[in-house]
Design a protein around this ligand. Structure first.
Ligand SMILES: Cc1ncc(COP(=O)(O)O)c(C=O)c1O
Length: 366
């Protein structure tokens, strides 16, 4: 082996990979509230759909996931040529970067946001323009997007990690002022009261990304999609890996999509828990951003009413010791005194709340 002489692309020399939340090896004993998965299993209709596809696995899948594409188009009252299916929505975000960014064409984002954008920009060798939020409520100024000089801009709504929703009106102002492609990452939109899909009839520079990972309980199947102008979709399609979704994923996602009743029931359960946990944090007197997603971004307070990175880290570590995984982002001042907690089942959330109460008591004694 002569690996020693193997050269890595120059642009990857200082590149760091995306750092996903921990996936424990043994699931059972851990309460997993760290990667915004849905706590409920996928629709039971997936079993038959996936099993009946197994005899066909000798054949390649439909390259554009044609049946799924048509049903998603119908769901959003769009034409199938306005839809592209991805191997998770990360796949679509990656296609956007491949297609609309390079060494000269820059990428913009509000910081902090979903950290994959930065990773994708690094791989492509594109300059990343980071726009700070205007305040600690994660407010945005459309003018700053318009003048940032990017060709491609990622805007997360509901925002991650804060859970804040941007109104259609705000998003349409951004789309109006920005001359590049505005990608609205709506991974969590099903948990929100509104979304940006109607902007697609007014703007030809907006692409919306969605995922089956959160609201359809299918993070393990890897299915996402993009909605946008036919012209943009056909450009992305040129870059898409030909068979980016296998037969099982196409069949499974289609079954999940058709089971609207189960989808709705799971959504309602998650939203109900989210609201209960939010009011519990209000009772504690803890600051949290009003969430339109399936997680809550909260600033823990010690029993001496202190907030800050040490307090957030203390609760993060205490919960981990008690087999409750949540997410802590220590690197940015706007996130370092907060924890992001995914919404689980009622039993899991009540264990979480009890653990937080014990932490407060123990820290008071200590
Ligand atoms: C804002 C945001 N966008 C996209 C994704 C990726 O979703 P997918 O599982 O569809 O790749 C995530 C996953 O956590 C996310 O938080």
């Amino acid at each position: 082996m002569r690996v020693g002489s193997l050269q890595t692309s120059n642009r990857l020399r200082c590149h760091s990979a995306y750092l996903p939340g921990e996936q424990p090896k043994t699931q059972g004993s851990v309460i997993k509230l760290n990667t915004n998965e849905n706590p409920y299993p996928p629709s039971s209709t997936l079993t038959d759909a996936i099993l009946s596809e197994i005899p066909n696995l000798n054949l390649y899948p439909s390259p554009p996931s044609v049946a799924l594409r048509e049903e998603i188009a119908q769901l959003h009252a769009l034409d199938p040529n306005q839809v592209i299916i991805g191997n998770g929505s990360d796949d679509i975000l990656n296609l956007c970067v491949r297609t609309y960014a390079d060494e000269k064409l820059k990428i913009g984002m509000f910081e902090p946001s979903y950290s994959l954008y930065e990773v994708l920009a690094g791989v492509q060798g594109s300059e990343l323009i980071r726009i700070p939020f205007s305040d600690d409520q994660f407010s945005i100024e459309p003018e700053k997007v318009a003048t940032c000089g990017a060709n491609l801009f990622f805007l997360t709504s509901p925002h991650a990690p804060s859970g804040r929703l941007y109104s259609r009106k705000q998003l349409s102002l951004v789309a109006q002022k920005f001359s590049g492609l505005l990608v609205i990452d709506e991974a969590y939109a099903d948990f929100a009261s509104e979304n940006a899909v109607s902007l697609l009839s007014d703007f030809d520079n907006v692409l919306i990304t969605r995922t089956f990972s959160k609201s359809y309980s299918l993070a393990g199947l890897r299915v996402g999609y993009g909605l946008g102008p036919a012209r943009v979709i056909s450009e992305l399609d040129k870059v898409r890996e030909v068979y980016n979704l296998d037969r099982l994923a196409q069949a499974g996602a289609l079954a999940a999509l058709r089971d609207r009743k189960y989808f709705q029931e799971c959504l309602e359960k998650v939203i109900e828990q989210r609201n209960l946990v939010a009011s519990q944090f209000d009772d504690f007197g803890w600051l949290h951003i009003t969430s339109s997603a399936n997680f809550i971004f909260v600033q823990p307070k010690s029993s001496e009413e202190k907030v800050g990175p040490e307090v957030a880290l203390s609760l993060f570590e205490y919960l981990a010791e008690n087999n409750i995984l949540v997410r802590y982002f220590p690197k940015h001042p706007q996130t370092s005194s907060f924890l992001r907690i995914s919404i689980g089942k009622p039993s899991e959330m009540s264990i979480l709340i009890n653990s937080i109460k014990s932490w407060r008591q123990e820290k008071q004694q200590g």
